[in-house]
Design a protein around this ligand. Sequence first.
Ligand SMILES: [Zn+2]
Length: 254
Amino acid sequence: MDFTDEQLERYARHIILREVGGAGQVALLNAKVLVVGAGGLGAPLLMYLAAAGVGTIGIVDDDVVELSNLQRQVIHATPDVGKSKVESAAESIRALNPDVTVNTYRERLTDENARALIADYDIVADGCDNFKTRLIVSDACVALGKTLVSAALGPYEGQLATFKPHAGDDLPCYRCFLPEAPPPEAERTCSDFGILGAVAGVVGTMQALEVLKEITGVGDSLAGKILLIDALAMTNRKIALKPDPKCPACGKDA
Ligand SMILES: [Zn+2]
């Protein structure tokens, strides 16, 4: 594919990178990424994917923008309060980069619709706020052989991991790491416990970075590891994750 003059200028800082180059930018423009959740993680994630020229971005979210979201969900602005999050996010993306085709799904991702939503995409980036949805997303990704970049937030911490059991026998899925969702009362959400706003920005931006790396093949994949981010101490710790042979989603002996 030939870049237009505008694309050559827009993506100049990618194209000049030896590891990315024109081929990497073409891969980004051809990539299809589904983002689950247009909230704390989804906001920076969507902005950086769009800015980088990821050609097709799907957004799944059934929520409406609330004033209390704006302290961290930087893709939405004050006039967006009351709008659907997917439409507000799509407007920001279109304003940032007209190269991006945005598909919006104003619905909750469930067991019933997960595979149909994910089927058209290459990579899924999960920024939802609950274990149940994370497991549904993971199981659908395993069934369809899609790479999943998953993140989660706490008040002052985050987790980030890439799951692609289809890419190697030594690689786990999310269900190997968390076999069952904890009871709902054990969930900690931002509305219950609060979150220092920029924590979402840091973790969501790191999630975007891992998606861009999976698309371009730059650097080391995070697959098979989980990164624990401690924002108070400003330290990161990487832990190896092993596949569970008995995992009902991806296990060889299940
Ligand atoms: Zn598994």
